[in-house]
Design a protein around this ligand. Structure first.
Ligand SMILES: [Zn+2]
Ligand SMILES: [Zn+2]
Length: 447
């Protein structure tokens, strides 16, 4: 059916705003918004109606009446007045209920709220009442519509265009920094700031701080006498020491802490530090000065932890960070033996634990959170330095994931070979530190 014939039939049967009429022919023509398309069609139909009416054809008056009421088209109303005919009052659009016309007011409110956020790109998502979409589907079937733009797409595109014209921030479909969810029918909207990821390295300079916040086991975080009403087992953690200044800078709601493995509470983390990513949920500020943030974190956590090399990364880096858990590490463990040990025995430890594979069943102390299975870890090199008759400092360079405390004690025979059984002595790890994590160039996103 020809465009004008089809449009005329639509308008005689249903009230349609300029946007929704134009939308039915959106793929025809180019570089024009749908309301403009709709007005052009209505103009041509008004001219046709006017011509027929002047020829005393009652069909012309009928068409002008449809244009004036169903089409809310003023020009048709004016002509009817001149012809001394009366038109019915304009009715709201059958498809969008005039919500396209109401967009400028809604967008103004969205823009006002968006001012609270910093972002580089955005995306508009649309939610529509189910009956609205069903109504449109039936309408399309009735008129065999072939070149239309869906209402959802049109709302998203038009709102996006109105917002970007003011903010100059581009629409990004794959990875927007803010998503604006709009329901044009209720004029409600919600702004979702997508997470911000900041990567860096941390060193832990004192013992007794867990990596992440540790909920009190007795009260499960509600607060009790044991935890001094804090809900936590330890007053602070690496995560919290980093998160507090980060939340203040980004005005985020919450954070999640990701890291390439973890050290024990009583272990130091030295060298160039452990790679981590702090994920900020719902940040309002994104354009933060990371050098200044680094300075703030280090100032507030002075003597406890130190962060370095802060930078923004993408979400995919979180997965790559987990792969760094296996990175080569250097440990220093202070070992106390329950008797005097000879130089030969210390020499034997060095030799036995250099270029060797350790078979290790999940340690008893972590069985509650890790599956019970046997892992094989490689030790590249072990160096032993005597400190006293029954004390030594042992440095171990090994594959990531080796449980060093258990390498010393043997963990009831679950780690083999082990230091205790090698020289038949009870060996106890007194202090354990991570001296360095050897991240190869590029592995954590550095060149
Ligand atoms: Zn409409
Ligand atoms: Zn408690």
């Amino acid at each position: 059916m020809e465009i004008l014939e089809k449009a005329q039939r639509m308008l005689i049967n249903y009230p349609l705003c300029d946007y929704c009429l134009g939308r039915q022919f959106a793929m025809l023509g180019y570089g024009m918004e749908n309301d403009e398309r709709g007005r052009i069609i209505k103009t041509l139909l008004t001219m046709r109606g006017h011509q027929l009416a002047l020829q005393k054809d009652e069909g012309g008056v009928k068409l002008l009446k449809a244009l004036a009421s169903n089409g809310s088209f003023e020009m048709a109303g004016e002509i009817l007045k001149k012809l001394k005919r009366r038109a019915k009052k304009p009715s709201a659009c059958y498809l969008c209920e005039d919500h396209f016309k109401a967009l400028p007011r809604l967008v103004e409110k969205i823009l006002e709220t968006l001012k609270e956020y910093e972002y580089g790109s955005l995306l508009v998502g649309i939610s529509l009442p189910a009956e609205v979409e069903e109504r449109e589907d039936e309408f399309k079937a009735e008129f065999e519509v072939q070149h239309s733009e869906s209402m959802r797409n049109a709302f998203s595109r038009v709102i996006g265009k109105m917002i970007t014209e003011v903010t100059k921030k581009p629409v990004n479909y794959a990875n927007p920094e803010v998503t604006i969810l709009v329901n044009p029918f209720t004029a409600e909207f919600e702004i979702q700031a997508n997470p911000l990821y900041i990567m860096g390295r941390y060193k832990k300079l004192v013992r007794g701080i867990p990596q992440s916040k540790w909920i009190c086991m007795r009260c499960r975080g509600w607060g009790c006498q044991r935890c001094n009403w804090t809900g936590k087992m330890y007053p602070e953690s690496v995560e919290e020491l980093i998160a507090a200044p980060v939340l203040r800078a980004t005005l985020g709601e919450d954070t999640a802490f990701h890291s390439a493995g973890r050290e024990d509470i009583d272990a130091l983390m030295l060298g160039s530090g452990r790679p981590f990513i702090i994920e900020v949920k719902k940040p309002k500020k994104r354009l933060i000065d990371l050098q200044e943030l680094e300075r703030l974190i280090n100032e507030e956590a002075e003597g406890k932890i130190e962060v370095s090399n802060l930078r923004f990364v993408g979400k995919s880096m979180v997965r790559r960070l987990k792969q760094l858990e296996g990175a080569e590490k250097i440990y220093r463990v202070l070992v106390e033996f329950d008797r005097e040990v000879s130089d030969e025995e210390l020499k034997a430890i060095e030799e036995a634990f250099t270029k060797t594979v350790i078979r290790q069943r999940t340690p008893l102390r972590v069985l509650h959170r890790r599956a019970d299975r046997t892992r094989e870890k490689y030790i590249y090199e072990t160096k032993v330095k005597r400190l006293a008759r029954n004390r030594a400092e042992i440095r171990i360079r090994c594959q990531g994931g080796l449980y060093v405390k258990e390498l010393v004690t043997g963990d009831n025979g679950r780690t083999n070979p082990n230091i205790s059984s090698l020289i038949e002595v009870k060996a106890v790890p007194k202090e354990l530190d991570v001296l360095n994590i050897m991240v190869k160039g590029g592995q954590d996103g550095e060149v």
